[in-house]
Structures are given as C-alpha cells and as structure tokens.
Design a protein around this ligand. Structure first.
Ligand SMILES: [Zn+2]
Length: 214
C-alpha cells in the first residue's frame, strides 16, 4: 500500500509511547505558549503554577518571581494590583522564555549542549523517585528559583525520561521559537509553519490524499 512517507506529522506534542502521561512536558509547552502572548497576567501565571506545580505537590507556591537581569515581581494577590507593573512581569516572563528556548536549542546543537540538565540535577530541581518496578523523574524546584530554572526543571524531567525522542525529533524553530517534535533531520530548526523549502519544489505543503510527484 502506498503511504505518505513525507507527510508532515508534526505536532507540538510527541507520539505517546509511554504509559505515564507527560505532564511536565505539557506544563512546559503551555508556559512557552502563554509567555509568547504579551497579555499574560499575574493571575494567569499564578494559575499556571497552581495547576502544574503546586497542586501536584512539586513545590510550594512562589511568593515572588525573579529572573536574572529582569528583576522581581510579586505574585501575592494583595500586591498584584498595586506593586506589580505589567511591564515588570512581561520582562521577567520574556527573559525566562528566552533562556528556556536557548537551553532547548542547545539539545540540537553540535556538539550537544545539555548543561541545563546537569544544572537541574545538581540544584535538586529534579528528583528521581524509585518505585518497586520502575523509577521516574519529578520536578522539585524551590520557590525561590529563577522562573527559567523552574520551567526548565519541567523540561529536564521530560528529557531525562524520553531522551531518545529529543535526540530524534526535537525541533526548535529558528523563526518563531516554537517547540515541536517532528520526523526528519531537515525539520530540527523549523516548525510546521516555517518548513524549509523542499529542493526542486516550490510547494511548501503537500495536499493529503493522492500525490503525484512526477
Ligand atoms: Zn516557526
């Protein structure tokens, strides 16, 4: 049967091969998506922490967010209106986002730069829990860690648990910084919206269904 070996199977989320849900990855990707929007509010950031880190028991709710070179911002409800300027939050979130993207891009660099993994382990922001039959990694960032360090602990958990997937399929788009998992070496630096032109072809996207590449 004819298949479509070149069909774009790109998704932000990789194929689920493991039984354990990849909550850390989902949380990390959600952070990157939300932080790309200029209007992410203190309330929104707090909800993200609550849902992905505090409620599952990975950390206490941070009172203050900080990012090296970008300052600090209070997450306290009482302070949020008066003391926190939205430009401050934007600066911190953007600074963290840039550091996270750069760290993930390092995984695709040659030679590979995965120092954020050892940094997360060394800082105790990820822990290996040993069960009876298997062990798994969990995030355990301290509430005073820089925002980028907290989010990178989520990615570190997923990389440590699914290293092969990152080696084979991680893509960090050079144009829009989007993180996706895709098949094909040519797609390590592009998202589905910014695929490099195929040599000898001007069409960017191929229609599904019948194709006749004569
Ligand atoms: Zn892109």
């Amino acid at each position: 049967m004819a298949t479509s070996p070149t069909a774009v199977t790109a998704v932000a989320f990789p194929v689920q091969r493991a039984a354990r849900p990849r909550r850390a990855l989902a949380a990390g990707l959600e952070f990157l998506e939300a932080s790309a929007e200029p209007g992410w509010s203190v309330c929104g950031v707090r909800t993200w922490f609550e849902e992905h880190l505090v409620e599952p028991g990975h950390m206490r709710a941070p009172v203050v967010l900080s990012e090296p070179g970008a300052g600090r911002v209070s997450l306290l409800e009482s302070d949020a209106e008066t003391l926190t300027s939205s430009s401050n939050l934007l600066r911190i979130v953007t600074g963290a986002r840039n550091r996270i993207i750069a760290a993930l891009r390092g995984l695709n660099a040659s030679p590979t730069d995965d120092r954020f993994l050892s940094a997360a382990i060394f800082a105790g922001r990820v822990q290996r829990l040993r069960g009876r039959s298997e062990s798994h990694w969990v995030p355990q960032p301290e509430p005073t860690a820089p925002l980028s360090g907290i989010v990178l602990s989520l990615f570190a958990v997923d990389v440590l648990s699914h290293r092969d997937e990152y080696e084979e399929r991680l893509s960090v788009c050079d144009i829009c910084d989007r993180i996706t998992f895709q098949d094909g070496a040519l797609r390590r630096k592009s998202c589905p919206d910014h695929l490099p032109p195929l040599s000898g072809m001007s069409r960017r996207a191929m229609p599904s269904g019948r194709k006749n590449l004569s």
